[in-house]
Design a protein around this ligand. Structure first.
Ligand SMILES: C[S@@+](CC[C@H](N)C(=O)[O-])C[C@H]1O[C@@H](n2cnc3c(N)ncnc32)[C@H](O)[C@@H]1O
Length: 306
């Protein structure tokens, strides 16, 4: 297995941004959006994390006339080209550009029906904070859709991929593609990463000869039916079935009896839990935790070189 070799995290020179924008990823961007839309339901409020020059939000908005996209990136030069592209497509009313770090932004928690991200994971040395952000942004019942390159197992596979997918590129572009492949995570590493957030390994699948994709749907109520303790990190853990039943009972009591009071005095633990929950909502957003289930759809192969 090849060792992971990092590349620079942010692509933020005018040349890099222009070169990236010119690389002609139209077909793979379209496939990314097709695969995402196939998972339904209709995306309305979408966030694209590490948007680059906003090519994917533009395709998504063309395909889906009712969605709006918040497109974020840390690189000013990427965002400058994104703004140019969005204006040229007359999409400024639907795509808003926000400069922010994908490892922790000021975007609202649990606010997006679709959280999408393409080809950014391999840029981040330790992407746990990135996944914390991605999982934290998705609304209950929303979709998390993340695709990235997969690190080849050996030099021979690496050479084949570069020859196949970057044959007509410049030597520099070929080198960049190879660097990106070398910086990428393997399928198994990606599966292990998302397991830290309660996602099953099956949520991450190989979707081409050089890509893996995470397709994961948050539980509608922002809770999971997983028994407590299934999560390797209990502090990141999901609400237990007992908690869910308690909340359903509380909802039922509220609906049936208006101001109905509990007959028994709540325990100190229950009172502490109540204090931690925002009124009428699920778990507090500061926990940045929406618990999720794997989207159970087969995805077609992605094909982006970078
Ligand atoms: C390979 S490009 C992919 C761009 C876009 N998602 C696409 O598919 O066309 C990776 C992008 O991630 C951005 N990026 C890297 N680290 C980031 C971070 N910590 N926060 C936000 N964006 C970041 C880079 O600036 C770059 O625009």
């Amino acid at each position: 297995m090849l060792t992971r070799v990092l590349e620079p995290e942010v692509m933020d020179t005018a040349e890099e941004a222009a070169e990236y924008d010119a690389m002609g990823h139209d077909e793979v961007n379209r496939r990314f959006c097709d695969d995402l839309l196939r998972l339904g339901p209709e995306p309305r409020r979408v966030v694209d994390v590490g948007t680059g020059t906003a090519r994917i939000p533009l395709v998504l908005c063309e395909l889906h006339p009712r969605c709006t996209v918040v497109a974020t990136d840390l690189a000013e030069h990427m965002l400058a080209l994104a703004e140019r592209n969005v204006r040229a497509a007359a999409m400024s009313d639907r795509i808003s550009l926000v400069r922010g770090d994908a490892k922790g932004s000021a975007l609202p928690r649990r606010a997006f029906d679709v959280v999408m991200s393409n080809s950014i994971v391999h840029h981040i040395p330790d992407p746990r904070a990135l996944f914390e952000e991605l999982f934290g942004l998705v609304a209950p019942g929303g979709l998390l859709f993340v695709r990235d390159l997969e690190r080849p197992r050996d030099e021979e596979t690496m050479a084949k991929l570069v020859a196949t997918y970057a044959a007509s590129d410049t030597p520099r572009q070929r080198a960049l593609f190879a660097d990106s492949l070398r910086a990428a995570f393997t399928l198994e590493e990606a599966q292990a990463l998302v397991a830290g957030f309660g996602a099953p390994a099956s949520a991450v699948t190989r979707t081409s000869d050089r890509h893996w994709t995470l397709a994961y749907r948050a539980e509608p109520w922002g809770v999971s039916l997983s028994p407590p303790g299934m999560n390797p990190d209990e502090s990141r853990g999901t609400e237990s079935l007992v908690s869910l039943l308690r909340r359903l009972l509380a909802l039922w009591a509220g609906a049936a009896g208006g101001e109905r009071k509990p007959k028994t005095r709540p325990s100190a633990r229950d009172r502490a839990r109540e204090r931690a929950l925002p009124r009428g909502r699920g778990r507090p957003s500061s926990r940045r935790r929406a618990t999720r289930t794997a989207a159970s759809h087969t995805l077609s192969a992605g094909a982006k070189t970078g």
